[in-house]
Design a protein around this ligand. Structure first.
Ligand SMILES: Nc1ncnc2c1ncn2[C@@H]1O[C@H](COP(=O)(O)OP(=O)(O)OP(=O)(O)O)[C@@H](O)[C@H]1O
Length: 337
């Protein structure tokens, strides 16, 4: 099935978030209101039965995108559409209705579960909030079955500290499923877990995607896991998307110099002893998002930078593989498509 064939659940267009910077004493005298350009002009589409990875280094704005899509943050500009309908909610009943369809999973299951309450409490609450308590015992069992915590009675009366990290994250996923959502926004769902159990949780999410026909946004700094887990991969740098396409193409044939850097600097088990060589750290630091570079935000670190890159923002240029694009002037020829 091609990317365009499955039903669109959630879309963002022109999604932008600027956080005001708290003003110091010296700034009070100036009229300037500084902002952090955390997220600028993001366009993405989540489809039924598909995982879209949003990949980038720390501080690139990935979590902010997830929180905007979950309507936990108000946006500075742009539009979020649920089944084609533009939607903005700020708390209250409207938020609850939105959360019934779009659920978020956070990085740290220990922080997102209340240590003083049992698994039963967390899941019961989710079912009740979303009007699905019905046959409560059976629904609780179903949720735990779905996340492969079986037999359910072994887990229902446990407190978060009595569970392993992987089990806690499975409870968080079960809680999200309590709403019977169409889309899951998973913000680094395995990065706090032991390496040995990450794969199990990603496989569970993949299994749920298929069985429940979920649309999943998978946020990660680990591009290798995006190749393994996601159908589509979007690469984010300093608040902007720089490349996108099917995961195999983006990870095996990266077009944007930043994606290439991300792949080259990903830990490679065959090179572990060499990681501290100075040449491995080439490529510099991400820019300040208070005064981001003009033109392409990556140009100060880019080995291919041309004069135009520092002045003109590159649009998306389409590349030979269908659906693959890069926002990079190197591909300007392809813009004719
Ligand atoms: N509430 C806030 N107020 C001000 N600045 C913020 C706020 N939240 C995030 N930022 C800034 O926005 C930028 C993007 O942050 P965000 O957490 O979205 O990045 P990220 O890619 O998810 O990073 P990480 O993987 O470290 O969480 C950062 O510069 C961050 O400091």
């Amino acid at each position: 099935m091609t990317v365009t064939e499955t039903e669109v659940v959630l879309e963002a267009e022109g999604l932008t978030k600027h956080f005001p910077v708290r003003r110091g004493v010296r700034d009070l005298l100036s009229r300037e209101h500084k902002v952090v350009h955390a997220v600028d002009d993001i366009k993405l589409t989540l489809r039924r039965g598909r995982v879209t990875a949003l990949v980038g280094e720390s501080g690139s704005g990935k979590s902010t995108v997830a929180r905007l899509m979950a309507q936990l943050y108000g946006r500075t500009a742009g539009e979020i559409r649920l089944h084609g309908e533009s939607i903005t909610v700020r708390g209250g009943r409207k938020f609850r209705a939105y959360a019934r369809r779009v659920q978020m999973i956070f990085q740290d299951p220990f922080a997102s579960l209340n240590p003083t309450h049992t698994v039963r409490y967390h899941l019961t609450r989710a079912l009740k909030i979303h009007g699905r308590a019905g046959d409560l015992e059976q629904n609780l069992r179903n949720l735990l079955d779905q996340v492969q915590l079986t037999p359910p009675e072994r887990y229902l009366d446990k407190f978060p500290h009595e569970l392993s990290g992987g089990q806690r994250q499975r409870v968080s996923i079960a809680r999200a499923l309590g709403a019977d959502p169409e889309a899951l926004l998973a913000d680094e769902p395995v990065s706090m877990l032991d390496v040995s159990i990450r794969l199990g949780v990603l496989n569970l999410l993949r299994d749920l995607k298929e069985r429940l026909n979920l649309a999943i946004l998978y946020i990660t700094h680990d591009i290798a896991s995006a190749r393994y887990f996601a159908d589509e991969t979007l690469v984010m740098y300093a608040g902007r998307l720089v490349e996108g396409g099917d995961s195999e193409t983006v990870t095996q044939n990266p077009a944007h110099p930043y994606t290439q850097l991300l792949i080259d600097s990903a830990p490679d088990p065959d090179r572990l002893g060499e990681l501290s060589r100075p040449e491995d750290q080439a490529g510099g630091e991400p820019p300040s998002l208070i005064a981001p570079p003009t033109g392409c935000r990556f140009h100060p670190r880019c080995v291919h930078a041309m004069p135009k890159c520092s002045t003109d923002l590159p649009p998306r240029f389409e590349l030979p593989v269908q659906g693959h694009w890069a926002a990079c002037w190197l591909y300007e020829e392809g813009a004719a498509k």
